[in-house]
Design a protein around this ligand. Sequence first.
Ligand SMILES: O=P(O)(O)OP(=O)(O)OP(=O)(O)OC[C@H]1O[C@@H](n2cnc3c(O)ncnc32)[C@H](O)[C@@H]1O
Ligand SMILES: [Mg+2]
Length: 172
Amino acid sequence: MRIAIGSKNKAKTEAVISVVQQFIDAEFELRAVPSGVSDQPLSDKETRTGAINRALNAIKESGADAAFGLEGGVSEIDGELFVCNWGAMALANGEIYTAAGAQILLPEEVAAEVRNGRELGPVMDDYTNRKDIRSHDGAVGVFTNGLINRKTMFEHVILLVVGQYLYSKRTN
Ligand SMILES: O=P(O)(O)OP(=O)(O)OP(=O)(O)OC[C@H]1O[C@@H](n2cnc3c(O)ncnc32)[C@H](O)[C@@H]1O
Ligand SMILES: [Mg+2]
C-alpha cells in the first residue's frame, strides 16, 4: 500500500511510520501540505478539520492509496487552555477515520501568549529556552516532565485511527 503523510514534522511522521508499519505493508511518502485552518487552531473542531484536510490534501497530491494527517491545537475549557490533538486517515475510496489524542493543561503564562495570537510552537521554545520543541518533546513532553512526548502522544492517535480502519475491514 502507498501511504502519504501530510507533514514533514518528525514528531508526526515517525509516529505514523512506527505504528502503521506494524499492521500494514506500506511505502511512505512525506508531504508538507496545507491544513486549510489557522496555523494555531483554537478549538477541537478546527484542529480536527486541520487533520482531515491534511489527509485529504496529501492523498490528492500524491495519488497514494491512503494518507494520514495530524494536527495540534488548543481548546478552551472553563477559561483554561488545553493542548489538543487530532489525527485522520483518508482512503482513496473517500473513507475517513478520525480520533483525538491526549489533552493537557497549559500554564497560564503560556496560554496568555497563545490567546494573544502567537503559535504554541515558538511560545514553547521561548518558555523552555530550547529550539524546535514542536518536533521533539512538544508541550506535552515538557509539561509531563518527559513521560509522554509528542511522538508517543501521536502514536496513540494513530493507533486509534488505524484500529478503526482495521475494524472496518474485518471479515469475521
Ligand atoms: O509542520 P507541521 O505539520 O505544521 O507541524 P507543527 O508542529 O506546526 O504542528 P501543527 O501545525 O499541527 O500545530 C499547530 C500549532 O500548535 C503548535 N503545537 C501543537 N502542539 C504542540 C506541542 O505539543 N508542542 C509545541 N507546539 C505545539 C505548533 O507548533 C503549531 O504552532
Ligand atoms: Mg504547523
